[in-house]
Design a protein around this ligand. Structure first.
Ligand SMILES: *[C@@H]1O[C@H](CO)[C@@H](O)[C@H](O)[C@H]1NC(C)=O
Length: 63
């Protein structure tokens, strides 16, 4: 069983809009990001407002 470590990076950048991580290019600026894998291979970005939540997942494949 894999143990996923969650870093809620969004909480570390209050007030910023459009978080970017090195090596990851999102289709739109996202205000929240979580890395769901300790090696940074699975990254989830999300935005939300009063009516919608938008998710974008990036999975890095090696080999
Ligand atoms: C919320 O976000 C969605 C997707 O970006 C957008 O279509 C919608 O108009 C937004 N609604 C409000 C109330 O800002």
């Amino acid at each position: 069983m894999l143990i996923f470590i969650v870093f809620l990076l969004g909480a570390m950048f209050p007030g910023t809009h459009g978080i970017s991580l090195p090596g990851i290019k999102t289709t739109e600026p996202f205000d929240h990001v979580a890395q769901l894998d300790e090696r940074g291979m699975f990254t989830l970005f999300w935005n939300f407002n009063s009516t919608h939540i938008t998710f974008e997942a990036h999975v890095e494949t090696k080999g």
